[in-house]
Ligand binder design. Structure first.
Ligand code: 9MR
Length: 344
């Protein structure tokens, strides 16, 4: 059972919700367990502020591809059912990621041709399955997929997809996904694209290569795991511009923000809280003003409450406050900043 909201002083009461303030979808992450759990505060806030959801883990390969030609879509289905009942868009995350390969596939003893057939079967079966759920107006509830996640790393080049299918595993996966659903939006998703211009350029080169070879791709996910000081706004803006110049949809797909990387704070001071507020404001206004409306796929936060964030484990720091709500589900200054950024 999650903790009950505690009273925060002073109480922050925003003048509007995120979803009514943005001209594009605002997302957050969910799990099937949490959507059906006893914590009503989570669902209430999710339904109030957000209109797009992504499975934090339940729609990853390791969760769904349980054996040769065998799939478990039950948790994804529960998420899709919740989305359908409550008017959310679902962004599918992620078909292919080197960090989420089921062990049986990692150690697959068949030939490379058989390996590739397994991956092709999985991509097609998964995309086709999740294309079935429709809204009352006939659109797919699952609007999009991260087809490949985080390819431009040494780890991805060392992983089975690259080794057994070859460097064109990327283009093959996008093509298979398109064959399974002609309408779903297909994304390439990666981290550090706002700071690492070399990596962002690799992505734009990939997009050019795809276009030249008639490989389908609709969007780029910039994960946006940022720090309150890094990357600087100039670099961030120029990398966002570089990627939006591909003409594809742009998704800020996993937004969160460390504020205590050097572990010098034991609590979120008002000074640091204001710095975080300012930075969230800048990011919201950067997205609103730099990306043309027809390319605005949306902004997705990677977590609800500060203490829900993956970053606490990852940075081995319990004193980290990366998100818009504190551990008692109270609105933070960060929320107000983001809201202000949406409006200017
Ligand atoms: O937040 C996710 C965490 O719960 C998982 O343990 C981890 C490994 O599957 O993945 C985290 O989410 C990652 C996302 O899927 C891809 N980009 C980086 C995210 C943070 O690691």
């Amino acid at each position: 059972m999650d903790s009950k909201p505690s009273v925060q002083n002073p109480v922050i009461t925003p003048s509007a919700t995120l979803k009514e303030s943005a001209s594009f979808p605002i997302g957050n992450i969910v799990s099937a367990n949490r959507l059906s759990g006893s914590d009503n505060y989570f669902r209430t806030l999710l339904n109030k502020e957000f209109n797009s959801i992504t499975a934090e883990n339940d729609m990853k390969m390791a969760a769904m591809f349980v054996g040769p030609n065998t799939y478990d879509f039950s948790k994804g289905d529960a998420i899709v059912a919740y989305a359908k009942a409550n008017g959310f868009r679902v962004h599918g995350h992620a078909l292919i990621w080197h960090a989420s390969i089921p062990n049986w596939l990692k150690n697959y003893s068949g030939t490379d041709v058989e390996f590739e057939a397994q991956v092709e079967g999985y991509v097609k079966a998964t995309v086709a399955h999740f294309a079935e759920a429709k809204t009352t107006t006939g659109e797919s509830v699952v609007a999009s997929w991260d087809v490949v996640n985080e390819h431009f790393t040494n780890d991805a080049e060392a992983a089975v997809f690259y080794n057994r299918i070859g460097p064109d595993y990327l283009s093959k996966c996008f093509t298979w996904a398109r064959e399974a659903d002609p309408d779903v939006k297909l994304f390439y998703n990666d981290y550090s694209l706002g700071s690492n211009t070399e990596k962002a350029t690799k992505v734009t080169n990939m997009v050019t290569d795809f276009k030249n070879n008639a490989i389908p791709i609709d969007g780029i996910g910039m994960q946006m795991h940022v720090d309150y000081q890094y990357p600087d706004l100039t670099t961030l803006t120029s990398n966002v511009t570089l990627l939006k110049n591909t003409g594809l949809l742009i998704h800020f797909s996993e937004l969160d923000m460390t504020v205590n990387k050097d572990k010098s704070l034991n609590s979120l001071t008002s000074q640091r809280s204001n710095a975080q507020k300012e930075r969230y404001k800048n990011i919201a206004s950067l997205y609103t003003n730099t990306i043309p409306e027809e390319q605005q796929f949306g902004i997705t936060f990677w977590g609800m409450r500060d203490n829900d964030s993956w970053l606490l484990n990852f940075t081995n720091n319990p004193n980290e406050w990366p998100l818009l709500f504190d551990s008692g589900y109270n609105y933070k200054q960060a929320f107000i900043g983001f809201l202000e950024g949406l409006n200017n």
